[in-house]
Design a protein around this ligand. Structure first.
Ligand SMILES: Nc1nc2c(c(=O)[nH]1)N[C@H]1C(S)=C(S)[C@@H](COP(=O)(O)O)O[C@H]1N2
Ligand SMILES: [Mo]
Length: 424
């Protein structure tokens, strides 16, 4: 955009031209940017391309030689380098580098308890047994023969919350354990009918074939309602990190229950009380009690721009971010630019989908004074995203680190630095 084309009036000297610059854009940028011109018009209305002076492009002039030929696999522009933020047990989606709600599959967060197994799709089998009319084994080809179903949905780890005392933490650092894909597979209800789930069955065990042998108990009602066995992600075979060749996918529920590399479902009349639902993935609450089987992911939002480490400039800014709820659609996102004193309704990018990341945008003119900006989500059940103190008051001080969805606050300092403000 910032071609230095009119620095010395070189273009004007060469031809009688008038710059084509939409008024609203100039206003939006506060007149600070220099004129960005690629096509210019002469006084008689002829479009001139040749008016761009020698050396105006920073890089080699791409019009001088043909580029690379078509290739077997595409790649990102060499100038774009979004990466996951890894730790030993997980990697996080760079929320601040994305412009919309579908996460490129190679940037989907990962959380695995014992690494990524290699599973030969030819040898893959899913075994369903227990309280069923007939136990059955399904190969991957079998699963693909059933009527398929696709759905855009977020996935989120219930441990998706981090903070840092100095505030130097990105949206990826705070909330990068959520991503969104279009998942394709067979509805679990289809397989339930195939094996004849007995009316007595109220729970089923889902078991993975990784070295962690991840196991979780799931109410059968969820299986009938909207559970999927997903074998594809964003139109291609699901990635190894996401459970290749097939995973359980439970829309809106804590990521841990969407068991990857799924090999077995056992129908029963009681939960199995596995490690991941007794020692882990339970939350201490008030009076020494524990919250167990806390499946739903509560509504949450986060501003992904402006956020640390952005250096903000005065003027018009489009505040952007994502909001989501495991309980349904996002009905409203409110944004405050005055530390929570007043709230305005942000625009939601259509389509607003059930249990899906929803993009929100809010135009704001920053006058250069220190302030705090924040967003809060409201879902269609009427649930409103709480502050950390509201969350702690409702839950008790010890949270166990799971299911934390407080309002995230960004402190905008006078010098344009944006820092995460400790939650309150
Ligand atoms: N078999 C198996 N399934 C698993 C896990 C695992 O370690 N093994 N991790 C769980 C956790 S804690 C989460 S948050 C999600 C992460 O899914 P993703 O790696 O596709 O983002 O998978 C769940 N399913
Ligand atoms: Mo998780």
């Amino acid at each position: 955009m910032n071609l230095p084309v009119d620095k010395n009036n070189t273009i004007k000297d060469k031809a009688e031209i008038s710059f084509q610059q939409p008024f609203s854009r100039r206003k939006l940028l506060g007149g600070a940017a220099t004129a960005a011109v690629v096509l210019v018009q002469t006084a008689i209305g002829k479009t001139v391309q040749a008016a761009i002076p020698e050396g105006a492009f920073i890089h080699d002039d791409p019009t001088k030689k043909p580029g690379p030929l078509p290739s077997l696999l595409g790649s990102r522009s060499q100038f774009e380098k979004p990466v996951r933020l890894p730790s030993d047990t997980s990697s996080r989606t760079p929320l601040q580098d994305l412009y919309s709600t579908l996460t490129p599959a190679d940037l989907h967060y990962e959380r695995h308890h014992a690494g990524v197994p290699t599973i030969n799709p030819e040898a893959y089998e899913l075994y369903i047994h227990g309280l069923v009319e007939k136990s059955m084994k399904f190969t991957l080809a079998d699963l693909k023969r059933f009527p398929a179903f696709s759905r855009i949905c977020f996935l989120e780890c219930s441990g998706n919350y981090r903070s840092k005392a100095d505030g130097k933490i990105t949206p990826q650092g705070i909330a990068g354990l959520t991503s969104q894909s279009e998942w394709t597979g067979v509805m679990l209800s289809t397989l339930f009918r195939e094996v004849g789930v007995k009316p007595k069955a109220t729970w089923f065990l889902a078991e993975g074939s990784d070295a962690a042998v991840m196991t979780r108990s799931i109410p059968v009602a969820k299986g009938w309602h909207d559970a999927m066995i997903a074998y594809a992600q964003n139109g291609e075979a699901i990635r190894p990190e996401q459970g290749y060749p097939a995973r359980l996918f439970l829309p809106g529920w804590e990521g841990n229950t969407s068991v990857k590399w799924l090999r077995r479902l056992e129908l029963s009349d009681a939960p199995f009380m596995t490690r991941e639902e007794t020692s882990k993935y339970t939350e201490p609450i008030k009076d020494g009690k524990i919250r167990q089987f806390s499946f739903d992911m509560d509504a949450r939002s986060i501003i992904t721009f402006p956020a640390y480490p952005v250096q903000l400039e005065k003027g018009w800014i489009e505040i952007r971010g994502i909001a989501w709820s495991g309980r349904g659609k996002i009905s409203k996102v409110e944004v405050s630019t005055d530390a929570g004193k007043t709230w305005q309704v942000a625009r939601l990018q259509e389509p607003v989908l059930d249990k899906a990341h929803t993009y929100f945008r809010h135009l704001w003119q920053w006058n250069g004074n220190e302030t705090e900006i924040m967003s809060r989500a409201l879902d269609e059940t009427g649930y409103r995203q709480p502050t950390m103190s509201q969350l702690l008051a409702a839950r008790g001080e010890s949270t166990g680190g799971y299911h934390l969805n407080p309002i995230t606050t960004w402190l905008v300092k006078q010098d344009g630095q944006v820092l995460n403000k400790p939650d309150r």
